[in-house]
Design a protein around this ligand. Structure first.
Ligand SMILES: [Fe+2]
Ligand SMILES: [Fe+2]
Length: 183
């Protein structure tokens, strides 16, 4: 595998792994602060980041040993309002800078598997950002967010509100592949 794309996969695995962990902590905080729907949203999105990390990890299974991961991390946890802001910042970086750059590099280097896993993540992060913004508006008004069931595709991490689609619009996985975070 080309070195730049390989390093980008390592970095993306690091970034998604941290996001997964960060959102679990944010979920606990939201639950304690009396925002059960925000807590459920963080939990669902945490699961999507776990799927993303796993998809990147599978693309570098040929590696053997320790490597340094250089990835964006949103540090300084606070209350739920601040945590939602950190979530939005992280997703925005991934949408505007990280994944578009990684995708262009992987395309240039003809690393198809990396292009696919980066594109799956990019498609999902846009929805994560939108959901966090909706939750932040509610919390800004001291209200929990209104949120129906949240679905996460266990193949590509795609996240949506409502019922599971017959086919994942991003990766084509069947309905049964969706994990539901129930209202
Ligand atoms: Fe995300
Ligand atoms: Fe999917």
């Amino acid at each position: 595998m080309k070195q730049m794309t390989q390093q980008n996969l390592i970095n993306a695995f690091g970034g998604e792994s941290m996001a997964h962990m960060r959102y679990l902590h944010f979920s606990n905080t939201a639950q304690k602060e009396g925002y059960p729907n925000v807590a459920r949203l963080f939990k669902a999105i945490s699961h999507a980041e776990y799927i993303h990390a796993g998809d990147h990890y599978k693309e570098i299974k040929h590696l053997n040993g320790g490597f340094v991961a250089n990835s964006m991390g949103a540090f300084g946890p606070g209350d739920t309002y601040k945590n939602l802001g950190l979530g939005i910042d992280g997703e925005t970086f991934e949408i505007n800078e990280m994944y578009p750059t990684y995708i262009q590099t992987a395309k240039f280097q003809e690393e198809g598997g990396a292009v696919r896993t980066f594109q799956w993540s990019l498609s999902t992060e846009k929805e994560h950002k939108r959901l966090f913004e909706k939750a932040k508006t509610a919390v800004d008004n001291n209200k929990d967010v209104e949120l129906v069931d949240v679905q996460v595709c266990s193949v590509c991490g795609y996240t949506l509100e409502g019922g599971a689609p017959d086919k994942c619009p991003i990766c084509g996985a069947k309905k049964e592949k969706f994990v539901t975070f129930e209202k």
